[in-house]
Design a protein around this ligand. Structure first.
Ligand code: FAD
Length: 461
């Protein structure tokens, strides 16, 4: 029988890889994990966590404004970008340390190196110039930000990776993209006082999300002073004496101090040696896997963003855990990707779970919609015109709630709890049976009585 150096070799110490490595080791496997940058991966080091810290920072400008209506006089306020970045870095270092400790405590060997596949059982460690072998290999290398490589002046642009470490807070920024990362960063920079423009090539931001959320968020971002330009892309970015100049397809130009691409992320499979190992890739370079995260090569598995299924941390973690439990824990665990609650930390925040109205109408004969838009109680005194929105998508025949889409403060927290009900297959009648919590915005979710027939209130109402 062939002897391998390890039972499992994991490439990439991000959300999915770390969980898989740790659980496999706990089940008794001899495991090593290679990381070319920092243990913790995108989410911890330059994704969800630092992003959310920045979102918190950016909310204070609104909070100071809101305070006045409640009788507070807020003195002169000042924001210091360097303090925020330094404090954020301290927290990321702490988390990085915890991830390393947890891996070590589970008995996982951490190898600080880029790893490349040589064949179905062999990995080359670039930093150490040596090969190791493993009975199984898990690809958990995540994804990387896209930029328009052919754009003239692309070297002057940044991505989310650099946005977390800018030396200075830009006075003006143009962000290209319309996905959740683009709108989140637009909210962050705008809240921190940066003159912010969002440039999106499509007609409406947040493709794939419920149409009402897309329209309403666009309107709310407008109200907050974010300039949103749709149907345009950059044709050129140039350095000028005062910063950068971006030219658009319309011929218009935008002056900025930073130009950022947030136009999506591609699986990190380039140069990984997957071809050498015979692993099948999809059109975007994603590793094609089955419901057990198995590739077409018996010894190679893949989890997380590299498989381009649902590119979210909790999903990568769940996939990594399921893989380890199935292969090393004697359990048979598949991951259900059909219902995924998720938040968009835009301003206002949004939460969504299940089918959008359009998806439901395609799949079901008859769909009932319940929705409401209103100014939350707090805003009656704060004076803020920001609206809260709630929508239920219901299968008329079975009464099952197929989707919930909300916009407003703490929507991320709220959708996590609502996600339990939707995952359990709760019906509209069961939502209605639930006693409301008063006074909250969330009580609307259990008091929506009228099926929607008329247009919801618009920004001007
Ligand atoms: P990753 O966490 O990306 O880990 C992959 C690791 O592999 C990286 O550390 C990388 O350095 C390493 N690596 C790559 N190639 C090699 C190699 N050849 N050898 C060795 N190491 C290698 N998700 C949410 O759920 N909520 C959010 O709010 C959220 N916000 C985000 C905000 C931003 C700005 C970004 C960019 C992402 C955000 N995400 C969010 C997505 C989330 O970060 C990813 O879905 C998650 O990190 C995927 O985990 P993963 O294990 O697949 O890959």
């Amino acid at each position: 029988m062939t002897e391998y150096d390890y039972d499992l070799f994991v490439i990439g110490a991000g959300s999915g890889g770390v969980r898989a490595a740790r659980i496999a080791a706990t089940h008794g496997a001899k495991v090593a994990i290679a990381e070319e940058y920092r243990v913790g991966g995108t989410c911890v080091i330059r994704g969800c966590v630092p992003k959310k810290l920045f979102v918190y920072a950016s909310h204070f400008s609104d909070d100071f404004e809101d305070a006045k209506g409640f009788g507070w006089t807020v003195g002169e306020t000042k924001f210091d970008w360097k303090t925020l970045v330094a404090n954020k870095d301290k927290e990321i270092d702490r988390l990085n340390g915890i991830y390393i400790r947890n891996l070590k405590n589970a008995g996982v060997e951490i190898i600080q190196s880029r790893a490349i596949l040589k064949d179905a059982h062999t990995v080359h460690l670039v930093a150490e110039g040596r090969n190791v072998t493993a009975r199984r290999i898990l690809i958990a290398v995540g994804a990387k930000p896209n930029v328009d490589e052919n754009l003239e002046g692309v070297e002057h642009t940044i991505t989310s990776n650099e946005a977390f470490h800018l030396e200075e807070l830009p006075r003006r920024i143009v962000i290209a993209g319309g996905g959740y990362i683009a709108v989140e960063f637009a909210g962050i920079f705008n809240g921190l006082g940066v003159e912010t423009t969002l440039l999106y090539r499509g007609e409406q931001i947040l493709r794939g999300f419920d149409e009402d959320l897309r329209t309403l968020l666009h309107e709310e971002m407008d109200k907050k002073g974010i300039r949103i330009i749709t149907g345009q892309v950059f044709t050129k970015v140039e350095k000028t004496s005062s910063g950068l100049k971006a030219t658009l397809t319309s011929g218009d130009t935008l002056e900025a101090d930073a130009v950022m691409f947030a136009i999506g992320r591609d699986p990190n499979t380039k140069g990984l040696g997957l071809e050498a190992a015979g692993v099948k890739l999809g059109k975007k370079g994603e590793v094609i896997v089955d419901e057990y995260s198995r590739t077409n090569v018996e010894s190679i598995y893949a989890v997380g963003d590299v498989t381009d299924r649902a590119n979210l941390t909790p999903v990568a973690i769940r996939e990594g855990h399921a893989f380890a439990d199935t292969v090393y824990g004697g359990k048979d665990v598949k991951v259900d990707h059909s219902i995924i609650p998720t938040a968009i930390f835009s301003q206002p925040e949004m939460g969504t779970v299940g089918l959008t109205e359009a998806q439901a109408r395609e799949k079901y004969d008859e769909v009932d919609i319940y929705k409401t838009a209103f100014r939350a109680l707090k805003n009656t005194l704060s004076g803020s015109q920001e609206r809260t929105f709630m929508k239920l998508v219901v299968d008329a025949k079975s009464d099952k709630v197929l989707g919930v889409h909300i916009m407003g403060p703490a929507s991320g927290e709220l959708i996590q709890a609502v996600g339990i009900a939707v995952t359990m297959g709760a019906t509209k009648a069961q939502f209605d049976m639930t006693i409301a919590v008063h006074p909250t915005a969330a009580e609307e979710l259990v008091t929506l009585k009228e099926k929607w027939q008329a247009p919801i209130i618009k920004a001007a109402d």
